[in-house]
Design a protein around this ligand. Structure first.
Ligand SMILES: C[S@@+](CC[C@H](N)C(=O)[O-])C[C@H]1O[C@@H](n2cnc3c(N)ncnc32)[C@H](O)[C@@H]1O
Length: 487
């Protein structure tokens, strides 16, 4: 069962305790203490009035044996008595995506059960588990109490995240927002995190936004790169020229991808699973997997397909996994039917490892959720050129999240935040030139990125040489991290 266990490193725990800035006799709660890293850090700092919850009995026993005198409880914090108040809460709440919350029903935790508590009624239904923990912790603070919390920062830029932030600021003040990079957790976890210092008060004041780096057990201020150049004078936002969505999520790749059937064309379809499967700038030579593609009643399929479905059904029922398919089976709905996802358009990888590139789907094949699918509202080759150039790559390098080892993760909103020159200002001959270059790229797989960048530079605020220099530098920084980690 996924309890969202990601353990904080000792150095970060010590730093977070230093942010509490309260008297040593204050009462402190860690609502999900794991292996007790915050408890140890609080004790080392001289605090003694410490309480905690932990749902995992093994971890609870380990910490309780170490600290028998502390008020530690083995149970679900989200059901803790809210009338008990603390001077401070310090926590690293569980990382459990909203889709996974119902998988904890054995422990009495489900979205429905959570929603029956009115304190959570204003949270969006898509709220991740850590959001419930933050709201509950705020409820259990005394007036002027402090909450120091470390959690993923991915929500900050999203629309639902803004709602979550409003919920916090309705009852408290976010004093500090500390973005921290590096070895924050005991095992390298692929998440970008932020520490919030929150005070339960009606006072208001400016929020300190701080950027730190943690390396070799030393926390240092992070030198921010220069702000993104103003590349374009009157930029046009992405949404005017295109829209974007993720490719197909099967929910159970072992069942749906390359099923062990004697392939009958009408029961499988081609799908490109990974950017590694695509060489060049179109899907023409892409290696495809077989996706089980069934629509209709089970009895209408040939015997080997029916046998395969029965075998999968048995495994799903025995293990109750994957949860979504199990629920569909319970409701007797055709669990094997996947949604139709139109994959036509221009693809971009969810993770970038080395070079960036946008790919045109020329073979009407499906894309898995390792890709974004971009649907042009303008000529697709013109959009292809607006995407495959150093001005766009530079913006994406700036916006993406670096995960070390050269890995850059792009969220959908990063792509939606791209800015382009206004195509109505581009001369007819330059537009034709861009389209020719894009077609050449797609047809021959020859990289025309530099040539496209040259044509576009006439409509940008920075020259071809400047953007090449800036882009090379920012990309090199990312890839150098990879070299360091490989050493
Ligand atoms: C992200 S880990 C953090 C652990 C520890 N505080 C640290 O920072 O290393 C979250 C912890 O919450 C526990 N947990 C998950 N759901 C819980 C719940 N409903 N009530 C209490 N603890 C829970 C997990 O078992 C896990 O140990």
């Amino acid at each position: 069962m996924d309890l969202g266990q990601i353990f904080t490193s000792t150095i970060v725990a010590k730093y977070m305790v230093s942010l509490l800035n309260i008297g040593l006799s204050s009462s402190i709660l860690d609502p999900c203490f794991g292996d007790g890293v915050f408890i140890d850090a609080c004790l080392n700092a001289g605090y003694t009035n410490i309480s905690g919850y932990e749902i995992d009995s093994k971890l609870f026993d380990y910490v309780k044996t170490k600290h028998p005198r502390l008020k530690l409880y083995n149970g679900d914090y989200l059901r803790a008595d809210e009338t008990i108040k603390y001077d401070a809460v310090i926590m690293n709440p569980p990382y459990i995506r909203q889709e996974k919350i119902d998988e904890l029903s054995e422990l009495g935790i489900s979205k429905m059960a959570l929603r029956s508590n009115p304190i959570f009624s204003d949270l969006p239904t898509t709220a991740n588990m850590y959001m419930y923990f933050v709201i509950k912790a705020l409820k259990m603070l005394n007036a002027n109490g402090k909450l120091v919390v470390i959690f993923p920062s991915s929500w900050i830029k999203t629309r639902s995240g803004k709602g979550f932030e409003k919920l916090i600021t309705k009852q408290a003040l976010i004093e500090k927002q500390i973005h921290i990079n590096g070895e924050v957790f005991q095992k390298n976890a692929l998440v970008d995190v932020v520490i919030f210092c929150i005070k339960k008060t009606k006072e208001s004041s400016n929020r300190d936004i701080i950027y730190l780096n943690l390396s070799n057990n030393v926390i240092t201020p992070r030198i921010l790169q220069s702000p993104t150049r103003k590349l374009i004078t009157n930029p046009v936002p992405f949404r005017i020229y295109a829209n974007v969505r993720r490719g197909l999520t099967t929910g159970a790749n072992t069942i749906f991808i390359n099923p062990p059937l004697k392939y009958k064309n009408q029961y499988v379809t081609g799908i490109v699973s990974s950017p590694k499967s695509v060489s060049g700038f179109s899907t023409s030579n892409a290696a495809t997997d077989h996706l089980l593609w069934l629509h209709g009643e089970k009895k209408s399929f040939p015997k080997d397909v029916q046998d395969y479905l029965c075998q999968c059904e048995k495994a799903i029922i025995d293990t109750h996994k994957p949860k979504t398919l199990y629920m569909k089976l319970q409701q007797r709905s055709p669990w094997y039917e996947l949604p139709e996802i139109d994959s036509d358009g221009i693809w971009f990888s969810y993770f970038v490892r080395n070079d960036m590139k946008f790919i045109l789907n020329t073979t009407n094949v499906l894309a898995r959720d390792n890709f974004y699918i971009i649907k042009p509202h303008i000529d697709s080759f013109l959009l292809f050129a607006l995407l495959n150039n150093f001005y766009t790559f530079y913006q994406l390098e700036k916006m993406g999240k670096k995960y070390g080892a050269g890995l850059l993760k792009l969220q959908r909103y990063d792509i939606e935040n791209l800015l382009f020159p206004d195509i109505s200002n581009i001369s007819v001959s330059d537009k034709e030139h861009l389209i020719r270059l894009a077609k050449h790229m797609v047809d021959t797989n020859e990289d025309m990125t530099a040539q496209i960048t040259t044509v576009l530079s006439a409509y940008m605020n920075c020259t071809f040489n400047e953007i090449c220099k800036d882009y090379t530098k920012i990309k090199q920084q990312r890839l150098e991290e990879k070299q360091c980690q490989l050493k």
